[in-house]
Design a protein around this ligand. Structure first.
Ligand code: PEP
Length: 257
């Protein structure tokens, strides 16, 4: 069995201007030590307008903090007003990009076909997609969460090769837990994360399934992170609200302590 390096990724959403971005990354770097970076890979996902500032800081100070974007255009270039291409993100040295976050699916009508096109755009530009999947409250109440999430996974991975798939990060984020303070139980998280891994084994191979990091996201904080991360198929967290405070985010990163 592969030993997967946990990934703790902070989704800043639409918060922090470029000066605030620098201050937050500096505070985070100050709060973390070598042991923390050995415990987990640390990534921040700022708004597009902050990426250049974060890149300059990370590069200049040789920080062990990775960074990426919250969205990517499905198109390569051209007349797509307001869009940001994968090539632009790659030029800024983004390592990761969120694809299919529930807020994009809900407020920007992103469907599985568009999510699939965005996953392809990320790979085309050497950027690792953090593919977000998750069910709403109605689906959860009906007990159909696994079925729902696996359909999203299948849709996002259409025509994605095994070689590409083994690099993907999948974030299971139940929509009812995002920004609500209502965190899934470790057992809820494990159920769906294990099902995602089993599907990856079916679609590709046990080796691919074993290599992929499956994260949990939804109201993760310093005090609930250890219980969730203790589960066998949970390889880290996608953190929203709690990543805006350097000390709280650092606490999540230190989930083993
Ligand atoms: C998210 O936006 O991906 C998220 C998990 O948010 P929060 O941690 O605030 O629930």
């Amino acid at each position: 069995m592969a030993k997967r390096m946990p990934l703790i990724a902070g989704n800043w959403k639409m918060n922090n201007n470029h000066l605030e971005a620098i201050a937050l990354v500096q505070k985070l770097a100050f709060a973390l030590n070598d042991k923390d970076y050995d415990n987990a890979e640390v990534v921040v996902l700022p708004p597009f307008t902050d990426i250049r500032s974060v890149q300059t800081l990370v590069d200049g100070d040789k920080l062990r903090i990775g960074f990426g974007a919250q969205d990517i255009s499905a198109h390569d270039k051209g007349a797509y007003t307001g869009e940001i291409s994968g090539a632009m993100l790659a030029k800024l040295e983004c390592s990761y990009v969120l694809v299919g976050h529930s807020e994009r699916r809900e407020y920007h009508n992103e469907d599985d076909a568009l999510v699939n096109a965005k996953v392809k755009a990320a790979y085309k530009n050497g950027i690792v997609p953090i593919l977000c999947v998750g069910e709403g409250l109605e689906v959860r109440k009906a007990g159909a969460q696994v079925e729902h999430v696996l359909a999203q996974l299948d849709g996002a991975l259409k025509e994605i090769t095994a070689e590409q798939a083994e690099k993907i990060v999948v974030a299971y984020e139940p929509v009812w837990a995002i920004g609500t303070g209502e965190v899934a139980t470790p057992e809820d998280a494990q159920e769906v994360c294990a099902a995602i891994r089993a599907r990856l084994a079916e679609l590709y191979s046990p080796e691919v399934a074993d290599a992929v990091r499956v994260l949990y996201g939804g109201s993760v904080k310093g005090d609930n992170a250890p219980g969730i991360m203790a589960k066998a198929d949970v390889d880290g967290a996608l953190v929203g609200g709690a990543c805006l405070k350097a000390d709280e985010f650092a606490k999540v990163i230190r989930f083993r302590e």
